[in-house]
Write a protein that binds this ligand. Structure first.
Ligand SMILES: [Cu+2]
Length: 278
């Protein structure tokens, strides 16, 4: 009898807690729709509304495909699509620390502040003694959640080169299983992430100026990667790429983006010794 009562009381407590969570969620949901739509971050086909953004006049954001902001951006913007080929080399594309990832990005688009980072966080997980993903491309200013989904403690230790040529280090700390911490990079750079407790763990943050990038994957068999960067405002840009070991054979290429059209641009990456000297 006593046990039953306790169960009932727990059930009632749970119901109250759940209704409180629902009430809070509803209150939040009601607040956001009147905000203006910022941009389509990270090429996601989702509407990302952020307060104070002036990029479009979407006053009733629906956060989905039908959002007027997305439709307008698609009509107004163009895309860049192409292939990344390897010159005189092959890479391993299997395994947690493979060489399959190529970050393709546009160097300068618009003015500072034209494309605020998405309000939703990016994620770097730690699971099975592996950082997931191995390469995380992220817009500067976007919050990154650093998860520990293992049964063991993990540490995140950052390494990056300064403009002076020196290497800077930053220890973000060590945390327990189930704990998530956050970090924000304010400047574009390439950062290596390590775990001091598990020396085999490594990941790369490629921090970029704007949301016009993608992480292309090299196919193991063909050794070619395909990419598309969408919703780009019309203009002339420089297309660049980052790979953890290979470099662009002839440097960044110029691309002209026109509204509603797909510009084609192929890139070749290779070992440093084959990179064309300027
Ligand atoms: Cu670790």
């Amino acid at each position: 009898m006593i046990r039953r009562e306790r169960m009932l009381r727990m059930g009632a407590g749970l119901a109250i807690a759940m209704s409180m969570v629902l009430a809070i969620t509803n209150a939040r949901a009601q607040k956001t729709p009147m905000g203006r739509c910022a941009s389509i971050g990270d090429q996601e086909d989702k509407c990302l509304c952020a307060k104070g953004a002036k990029a479009c006049g979407c006053t009733a954001c629906t956060r989905d495909e039908k959002c007027a902001c997305i439709v307008a951006a698609r009509k107004a913007g163009g895309s860049v699509t192409g292939k990344i080929k390897l010159y005189r080399t092959r890479v391993k594309t299997k395994g947690a620390k493979s060489y399959k990832d190529v970050v393709v990005y546009l160097e300068k688009v618009g003015k500072e502040g034209d494309f605020p980072p998405p309000p939703s966080p990016a994620r770097l997980d730690q699971k099975g003694l592996v950082f997931i993903p191995h390469v995380l491309a992220v817009q500067k200013g976007r919050t990154i959640e650093l998860l520990n989904n293992d049964n063991d403690k993990h540490n995140v230790y950052l390494l990056y080169d300064l403009k002076t040529g020196k290497t800077e280090t930053k220890n973000l700390g060590t945390w327990k299983p189930g704990v998530t911490r956050t970090h924000v990079f304010k400047e574009p750079k390439v950062v290596t992430a390590l775990c001091k407790l598990h020396l085999e763990m490594a990941a790369y943050f490629v921090v970029l100026d704007n949301p016009f990038f993608t992480v292309a994957k090299i196919d193991g068999k063909s050794q070619v990667a395909s990419f598309t960067i969408k919703n780009i405002p019309p203009g002339k840009y420089r297309l660049n790429a980052w790979h953890k070991r290979l470099k662009l054979k002839t440097g960044p290429v110029d691309v002209v983006v026109e509204a509603g059209k797909a510009a084609k641009a192929d890139l070749t990456i290779t070992k440093s010794k084959y990179v064309a000297k300027k």
